[in-house]
Design a protein around this ligand. Structure first.
Ligand SMILES: NC(=O)c1ccc[n+]([C@@H]2O[C@H](COP(=O)([O-])OP(=O)(O)OC[C@H]3O[C@@H](n4cnc5c(N)ncnc54)[C@H](OP(=O)(O)O)[C@@H]3O)[C@@H](O)[C@H]2O)c1
Length: 243
């Protein structure tokens, strides 16, 4: 098996995920570019390779059991193990999201990708992660999932718009992250949630105030935690995010 660290980033064809791939590639790691659409995936892989990243394409739709199983098979065949999984793929679910007028399908879409997708991918990759000497799982969450901030802050830049889909899906993801950390407590796997801050990407019509590269920094930090690093936590650049 290769000594090179092997990472998989879901939703790595654009936005923050792409910049996470850039950052992990700069460490000399081999980076799987998880993306559901072939043309976008191959374009990202090519661009990453041109930038010197040892990137490879991983066809991956996080909402599809067969696609996720095939992605695990591809990594198994290529590397025999996985060291770092960054669950970055995410969607808003659509608009409107105010609780009083949200379409239940909008909630279902957000949860299917942002929560169930993470569980599906994590569980498919766990056998490969267990073969690593220092497995790390990073769940890209958002501080809009912080109930503490939602219930105390009036700054919409921090809370995001009123939402019954996207923000609660990140609260759900945080809760699931804690449960994984509990179950994996006696292993060497560290699993944490990270918030990139409000970054200009497709997700928000490029209204964010940070760059995707700045947003990627917290994921890279959590992907490179030392063995005695935290697990089951929620972090942004400035430190711990309150639940
Ligand atoms: N931007 C922000 O301000 C912000 C703040 C807090 C948290 N986040 C989180 O950061 C993560 C990245 O968001 P972003 O801002 O970079 O958004 P983005 O530019 O819209 O990128 C989202 C990525 O997820 C992929 N994706 C969506 N559904 C997928 C599926 N079913 N299977 C595989 N890939 C899928 C997209 O692929 P396609 O190109 O195929 O659609 C795209 O690559 C998300 O989890 C988001 O919730 C973002």
């Amino acid at each position: 098996m290769s000594e090179q660290t092997i990472a998989l980033v879901t939703g790595a064809n654009k936005g923050i995920g792409y910049e996470i791939a850039v950052g992990l590639g700069a460490l000399g790691w081999s980076v799987g570019v998880g993306a559901r659409e072939e043309e976008r995936r191959e374009a990202a892989v090519e661009k990453l390779r041109a930038a010197g990243v040892d990137a490879f394409g991983v066809p991956l739709d996080v909402t599809d059991d067969a696609s996720v199983a095939a992605a695990a098979g591809l990594i198994e065949e290529r590397a025999g193990r996985l060291d770092v999984l960054v669950n970055n793929a995410g969607v808003t679910g659509g608009m409107p999201q105010e609780p009083t007028r949200v379409d239940p399908a909008t909630v279902r879409t957000a949860v299917e990708t942002n929560v169930i997708g993470v569980i599906r991918v994590t569980n498919a990759m766990l056998p490969l992660l267990r073969r690593s000497a220092a497995p790390r799982i990073v769940n890209m969450s958002s501080s809009v999932g912080s109930l503490a901030r939602q219930s105390t802050s009036t700054d919409e830049l921090g809370t995001g718009p009123i939402s019954a889909a996207y923000a609660p899906s990140k609260t759900f993801l945080n809760a699931v992250t804690v449960q994984y950390a509990r179950e994996l407590r006696d292993t060497n796997i560290l699993i944490n949630a990270g918030c990139p801050g409000f970054c200009a990407t497709d997700l928000n019509g490029f209204r964010g105030v940070r760059t995707p590269e700045q947003g990627a920094a917290i994921a890279i930090r959590l992907a490179t935690l030392p063995d005695d690093g935290p697990t089951g936590g929620f972090f942004e650049d400035a430190g711990v995010v309150p639940w």
